[in-house]
Design a protein around this ligand. Sequence first.
Ligand SMILES: Cc1cc2nc3c(=O)[nH]c(=O)nc-3n(C[C@H](O)[C@H](O)[C@H](O)COP(=O)(O)O)c2cc1C
Length: 305
Amino acid sequence: MKTNLSVELGKLKLNNPVMVASGTFGYAEEFRDFMDLKKLGAIVTKTITLKPRKGNPSPRTCETTGGMLNSIGLENPGLENFIKDKLPFLKKLSIPIIISVASEEEPEEFLELVSRLNKIAEVAAIELNISCPNVQGKDGLIAQDPESTYRIVQEVRKITDKTLITKLSPNVTSIGKVAKSAEEAGSDAVSLINTLSGMSIDVQRRKPKIASGVAGLSGPAIRPVAVRMVWEVFKKVKIPIIGMGGIMDADSALEFIIVGASAVSVGTANFINPKTSLEILSGLKEYLIRNKITEIKELIGSLKV
Ligand SMILES: Cc1cc2nc3c(=O)[nH]c(=O)nc-3n(C[C@H](O)[C@H](O)[C@H](O)COP(=O)(O)O)c2cc1C
C-alpha cells in the first residue's frame, strides 16, 4: 500500500512529520554517523544567540524519574561562528533546516539575528525560542505573556517572509492564549512544549542536583502535559502545531498528531537512542498501513471525543 507522510507547516513542505527538537541534536553533524539525516522531516538546530554564550555552570543535567533536568543555559557559538562553522554541513543535507534563535536583549537582538538569517537561502524556517526556562530575564519569559509574545512576533514578522515558528512555554496558566497571540501577530506555526520548570535535590548535601537550582524537565514524564497542551492549542488556533515533549516511539508521536500536531519533534529520546526519530518514522508508516490510511494528514486532530 502506498502511503503519503508529507505535511505542511505554512508554506514549508516536509516529506514527513518527524523532526528533531532544538538543543537535543546539536547542529546535526554530531549525529551523522548514527543515521541517514536526509530521511528526517526537518532539523531544528540548537538555539543560537547573537554573541557566543558559555551557558550555565555544571552540573547542568541530571536524570529524574521518567525524564531529565537540564540547565544548559543556551551555550552556543553565536551567530557568526554558527554561519561559518555549522551551517555549511547543514546546507548540504537538502532537507528543511530550521534555525532556532533566542535573544538576550529583545527585540533588537531577535531582529538582528533574523535579518541576517533571512539572507541565507538554505534556511527554511526560523524558530523563535521565547520559552527557554534557563535564561529568564527579570520579567520572566516572553512566552509567559501574550502581549510580549505578540510584540516580538509582530516585529520579526515585518522583516522576514521565511516560515516563522514560535516556541511556547508550558510554564503558563493558558498556553492557548499565548498561541493565539503568536498567530495574530503573524507566526506561521507554533511549537510546543519547551521544558517544564523543575528541581531535584541531593538530600545528603541538601543542595540542588543542578548548579543553577531550577532547571527544565523533559522526557516521557512530561508527555501527558504536552499532549494536553497541544490539544488546548489545537482548539484555539488555525496555524499548524509542532508537538513535542517525551516522544519516545511511534505511538507517543501519534498521540500528538491525533490531538492536532501537524509535525512532531523528538528531543530527550535522542540521548538514549540517536536513531529514535527514524524508528518513529518507520512506525508511523506501519500504523498507516495497518489502519489502511493513505495520508498521515487525515490523522491530524482526528481525536474522537
Ligand atoms: C539538554 C536539552 C537542551 C535543550 N536546549 C534547547 C534549546 O537550545 N532551545 C530550545 O528551544 N529547546 C531546548 N530544549 C527543549 C527541547 O527542544 C524540547 O522542547 C523539550 O526537551 C521537550 O521535548 P522532549 O521531552 O522530547 O525532550 C532542550 C532540551 C534538552 C533536554
